[in-house]
Design a protein around this ligand. Structure first.
Ligand SMILES: [Zn+2]
Length: 143
């Protein structure tokens, strides 16, 4: 079985099996961005056009969340039958970023509350037409 990221270069998994997101960090002012990119600093007061690709914190604080109870329309992949899932906005304090992601299967809005600690993992997003399992970054309640 082949397993590949749904989107390339948004995260890496280290030797210990821990997954971390890759962000862009401005070499001029230190502002972070996610998804990663290597130019175009978002800080309007900064003239730098160079962002370094860096690992982001694996843990953050739940800033907001919701639960999706309807299947997204095409072209977004969705399991059939559709299963509701939670989406989390997690604040990475060190980077000053809020990163959206799906929440792992089995955790819904009733299990979540603002301020709780979340950690990064990955999950299957869909199986493509070639039978390749496509994965995405995801949030789970920190252990
Ligand atoms: Zn900058």
């Amino acid at each position: 079985m082949t397993v590949l990221p749904a989107v390339e270069n948004w995260w890496r998994t280290d030797e210990s099996g821990d997954t971390y997101l890759i962000g862009g960090k401005c070499t001029g002012c230190g502002t972070y961005v996610f998804p990663p990119r290597e130019n175009n600093c978002p800080n309007p007061g900064c003239a730098s056009d160079e962002l370094a690709l860096v690992p982001l914190s694996r843990r953050g604080t739940l800033w907001s969340y919701t639960e999706n109870r309807y299947a997204p329309p095409p072209p977004y992949p969705s399991p059939d039958p559709f299963e509701p899932f939670a989406v989390a906005a997690v604040e990475l304090a060190a980077e000053g970023l809020i990163v959206l992601g799906k929440v792992v299967e089995g955790t819904l809005a009733a299990d979540l509350h603002v301020g709780m600690e979340m950690e990064l993992t990955t999950m299957t997003l869909y199986v493509d037409d070639d039978g390749v399992t496509r994965t995405t970054h995801a949030w789970r309640i920190a252990k």
